[in-house]
Design a protein around this ligand. Structure first.
Ligand SMILES: Nc1ncnc2c1ncn2[C@@H]1O[C@H](COP(=O)(O)OP(=O)(O)OP(=O)(O)O)[C@@H](O)[C@H]1O
Length: 317
């Protein structure tokens, strides 16, 4: 809607950043981050509170200058060409902020106008986006009366006004109810399927398993791991096994030479084991059933990305 975007050299549509650093006074918010997000995929940015995620996203969005390092967004450098980067980027901050006296529709129309669209086109785009985030019935309400989850949805719509090739979303699922989370996941998967680059920072790891193709883990301002979700699923993983006959399960595991732990606080007997792959898990389940163990539940004790997150935390100790 705002004309053709000129692409820089080496444009593969994604984001590549290396050696990023940024301090705020004495605080080293980002110490050494490498970050890649390919076009056509959803990349999760995962890390504990204060690990530098928001600082990284602000630098990628050309809203904050790094002290060192290089960034390429669709082949453009946010340092030398912030206008170019902003034209092709959608940014959803973790709070909606400004203009709470305007209605949802006015906010989206105004943003469209700021991107250079004519009034009628901006209004049409606003209506289309209000429909997408299911805020149609609330379009004429002032933004301040919207609930936290509704504001998040408006914020997502605002990030999409300029039909961006690259979307940066800071904690987009926070405050959303389960239905709205499923809608968000579907929307982001669709945007990636159209060839866009989607980056999502989040703490809700179980959700990212379904939403993301790959993940970059940061801790204390450093990249500690980059991994595809498929790789995460293949790693050594904890499984929980429940049986209606606990002692039978325990003795079958002992007989098969499978070490296990029994976590406390479970209503039903549960054994926690480690398996190296899904194939190994399937083989073990077959053996248990063959041994006559009445298995009632058998599955990963946590999501794939959560498993990586926990193993990184253990490694830090
Ligand atoms: N403008 C600022 N001035 C001073 N310190 C800052 C500023 N912005 C961030 N920091 C500090 O930099 C560190 C990283 O902050 P950042 O917001 O990037 O973390 P985060 O990973 O997004 O955290 P969260 O998950 O809690 O949102 C923190 O210690 C924070 O206090």
């Amino acid at each position: 809607m705002h004309g053709t975007v000129m692409n820089g050299a080496g444009d593969d549509g994604g984001i590549a950043a290396t050696g990023l650093k940024r301090t705020f006074g004495p605080v080293q918010a980002v110490a050494d981050i490498d970050f890649t997000a390919p076009a056509g995929e959803v990349t999760a940015l995962i890390g504990p509170n204060g690990s530098g995620k928001t600082t990284l996203l602000l630098m990628l969005a050309s809203l904050l200058r790094p002290d060192a390092g290089t960034i390429s967004v669709c082949g453009l450098d946010p340092l030398t060409d912030p206008r170019g980067v902003r034209a092709l980027l959608g940014w959803m901050p973790d709070t909606l902020g400004v203009w709470e006296a305007l209605t949802a529709r006015e906010i989206l129309t105004t943003v469209g106008r700021l991107y250079g669209a004519k009034t009628a086109a901006a209004a049409a785009r606003a209506d289309e986006l209000l429909e997408l985030v299911k805020l149609g019935p609330l379009a004429r309400q002032p933004a301040r009366v919207l609930s936290r989850g509704q504001q998040q949805r408006l914020s997502l719509a605002r990030a999409l006004v300029n039909d961006p090739r690259v979307l940066l979303l800071d904690e987009p699922a926070s405050g959303l109810d389960p239905g709205a989370r499923v809608d968000l996941r579907t929307t982001l998967r669709n945007l990636a399927a159209e060839g866009r680059t989607v980056v999502v920072s989040s703490h809700v790891l179980s959700e990212l398993d379904e939403m993301a193709d790959r993940a970059v883990f940061v801790s204390a301002g450093r990249t500690v791991r980059s991994q595809s979700v498929a790789e995460a699923g293949e790693q050594d993983r904890r499984y929980a096994v429940q049986a209606t006959d606990g002692p039978a399960l325990a003795s079958a595991l002992r007989a098969l030479g499978v070490p296990f732990q029994v976590p406390g606080g479970q209503r039903r007997f549960e054994a926690e084991i480690r398996v190296g792959s899904e194939t190994e898990a399937a083989a073990l389940l077959r053996r248990l059933v063959e041994e006559g163990v009445p298995v009632a539940a058998f599955g990963p004790a946590s999501g794939a990305l959560e498993e990586t997150y926990l193993s990184l935390r253990e490694a830090e100790r």
